[in-house]
Design a protein around this ligand. Structure first.
Ligand code: NZQ
Ligand code: ZN
Length: 388
């Protein structure tokens, strides 16, 4: 475990089919005025909205609503939320939804009392919070982002064609998250599998870095194997509780800072995926699946030993009598098979990318330096062309 690090995760997780029963107890610790944040209406269709409203009224809370948070929440919408939170002096933000709703709620929590332009401060200059933070709690309905136990908040600026994530500190992590796997049963198939791939990508972004012997890599191999196993079951039977509950738990541990410890971490698939999202507004997990294989084939020679380890330990490739290149390639082939059978987007065209967008997407891609190869903008273009 190289380097110095601190591990602290203040989010309390309440897991299982009965977990919503604990919402009232958790909310007792906070003030009376609750800002209820939700998305485009799925929680009304599933009946969850009514359940939450009745819990809030039993607890004697006053509810201020902010619905209509769109997938890939925008800066425009954030400005509305900041105003609602400030004008109503809300004590607590309850996010009920997926990553978009939780990310947005965190952004509102750090922006409502921010005296500068929050887009500039957090998403351009990446500064820390220096104002009052409104506490956030979540009831998760879509699995994938890990937003339920981290400080990530990704906001899209339509005017500037930028989609940017700020990873806030522990003071912004949700105070609690309610994880009931059954609440994810109503997800459309496409959203469900996009979430599965988001999880896989989070793990791979952290796995494919460094050459040292690091416990985090062993944890990640375990998480990946459990994910592949359960995803195969859930694709066939989306109401298999065991599979869906495993996947919910894996998603949380894939991006709650634990497996990044001692690692430099890559994140280039996400940077390219986010830039695609800024241009196409496509589903997050699908933007990642669309470019992953082209990206990994491109960087494989620079991190060959890790790709060999990945093929053998995660995909069960038999290394006997084969050279490293063959083993590593077979690993990526197995990964490709899994992705196809899961029903993921395999090309950038499928998520709305056209050849004329590529130079712009490449320029909008933030270049990170923690992986096996620091890319140039031209190389990002090449990878995008290869993915088309
Ligand atoms: O808006 P509603 O009507 O609720 O519908 C949503 C939305 O259309 C629907 N949905 C969610 N739960 C449902 C449901 N439909 C039926 N039944 C349910 N139980 O699913 C759609 C997608 O929801 P969304 O929240 O957008 O998905 P996801 O959880 O994948 O979040 C994506 C956002 O998170 C960011 C992404 O960039 C994207 O903006 N990310 C956040 C991260 C973080 N905080 O650390 C890291 C990730 O890498 C990611 O970048
Ligand atoms: Zn992601």
């Amino acid at each position: 475990m190289l380097g110095n690090f601190v591990y602290c995760n203040p989010t309390k997780l309440i897991f299982g089919p009965d977990s919503l029963n604990s919402l009232g107890n958790e909310l007792e610790k906070y003030g009376k005025k609750i800002m209820l944040v939700y998305g485009g209406g799925s929680i009304k269709k599933t009946g969850l909205y009514d359940k939450i409203i009745s819990i809030l009224s039993e607890c004697g809370k006053t509810v201020v609503e902010d619905g209509g948070v769109m997938p890939n929440p925008t800066y425009e919408k954030l400005k509305e939320g900041m105003k609602i939170a400030r004008e109503n002096k809300v004590d607590f933000i309850l996010a009920v939804g997926g990553g978009s709703v939780i990310d947005y709620s965190k952004a509102v929590s750090v922006s409502a009392y921010c005296e500068e332009d929050p887009w500039e401060k957090y998403f351009v200059r990446f500064e820390d919070v220096s104002c009052k933070i409104i506490p956030v709690g979540s009831v998760l309905t879509m699995v994938g982002t890990g937003s339920e136990m981290n400080g990530g908040s990704v906001i899209t600026n339509r005017e500037q064609m930028m989609k940017v994530g700020h990873v806030f500190g522990e003071n912004v992590f949700p105070k609690f998250s309610i994880l009931n796997p059954e609440l994810t049963y109503t997800l459309p198939h496409r959203q469900m599998v996009a979430g599965f791939y988001d999880i896989m990508s989070h793990i791979l972004e952290q796995y494919f870095s460094g050459t040292d012997d690091n416990t985090s890599d062993y944890i990640m191999e375990g998480l990946l194997k459990s994910l592949i196993h359960s995803a195969r079951i859930a694709v066939k039977n989306p109401v298999d509780y065991e599979a869906r509950s495993n996947i919910m738990w894996i998603a949380t541990w894939a991006l709650n800072t634990l497996v990044a410890k001692g690692k430099t971490t890559d994140w280039m698939v996400h940077m390219i995926g986010q830039a695609i999202g800024a241009y196409t507004d496509a589903t997050h997990g699908m933007t990642l699946s669309a470019v992953s294989l082209a990206y990994y084939r491109y960087i494989m020679p620079y991190g060959m030993d890790k790709f060999v380890r990945y093929a053998v330990n995660v995909w069960g490739v038999n290394p006997e009598g084969k050279d490293k290149q063959t083993i590593a390639e077979q690993g990526l082939e197995e990964m490709g098979k899994f992705m196809r059978e899961t029903g993921l987007a395999m090309t950038a065209s499928e998520v709305g990318v056209t050849a004329d967008m590529i130079p712009g997407i490449a320029r909008a891609t933030l270049i990170m330096d923690g992986g096996y190869k620091v890319l140039t903008t031209e190389e990002v273009e090449e990878i995008l062309l290869e993915s088309l």
